[in-house]
Design a protein around this ligand. Structure first.
Ligand code: GAR
Length: 191
């Protein structure tokens, strides 16, 4: 059977993008065939190059007012889209083309600490400031709102007194590395 094709969108470091790509490098069900970013200077671009995975860079105009990104996805016969630290809202042409096939990871326990402007370090800063006892990760399907689609999976970690945002980010990243690839594989396997 033909392997499913996964495209990853990332705007930053891309450590999850790399972890997912390596997980699927010799996987029987799926492979990462394309990495896309809106940030030409993001570290994910170099990571894609090192992994030997094609990387596409697009701007706001191309993303929201043209079919350029969807054309790329079609050219690479992409079946699933994974958002790994990608910060723009997904336009309707992609939502329509990939129903229940776009998966995002959020670095907190949604519905808390989600929504526009809540990403990366800002999330962890808010969790620490509010003296939460726990945080974690949420993996969910993407819809037309930020961080609001159906939840697929959550995992928790404790927030200890004295933990700062950096320390919490590290705990959350560990959860992401451990769980995100497996959860993607389980979604792909159901198709
Ligand atoms: C991850 O922690 C991810 O959960 C978060 O950005 C980080 C990207 O790290 N995503 C969001 O905040 C989305 N709202 P990475 O570039 O090292 O994979």
């Amino acid at each position: 059977m033909k392997k499913k094709h996964i495209a990853i969108f990332a705007s930053g470091s891309g450590s999850n993008a790399e972890n997912i790509s390596r997980f699927f490098a010799n996987h029987p069900l799926a492979e990462v065939c394309l990495i896309l970013t809106n940030k030409p200077d993001a570290a994910v671009v170099q990571r894609a190059q090192n992994l030997g995975i094609p990387c596409r860079i697009f701007n706001r105009e191309e993303f929201y007012n043209s079919g350029a990104v969807l054309d790329d996805l079609k050219r690479f016969e992409v079946d699933f889209i994974v958002l790994a630290g990608f910060l723009w809202l997904i336009p309707s042409n992609l939502l329509v083309a990939y129903p229940k096939r776009i998966i995002n990871i959020h670095p907190a326990l949604l519905p808390k600490y989600g929504g526009k402007g809540m990403y990366g370090a800002r999330v962890h800063q808010s969790v620490v400031e509010n003296k939460e006892k726990e945080s974690g990760i949420t993996i969910h399907f993407v819809n037309e709102e930020y961080d609001a689609g159906d939840i697929i999976f959550q995992a928790r970690c404790s927030v200890e007194a004295g933990d700062d945002a950096d320390c919490l980010a590290q705990k959350v990243h560990e959860l992401e590395y451990r769980h995100f690839p497996e959860v993607i594989a389980s979604v792909v396997a159901k198709e």
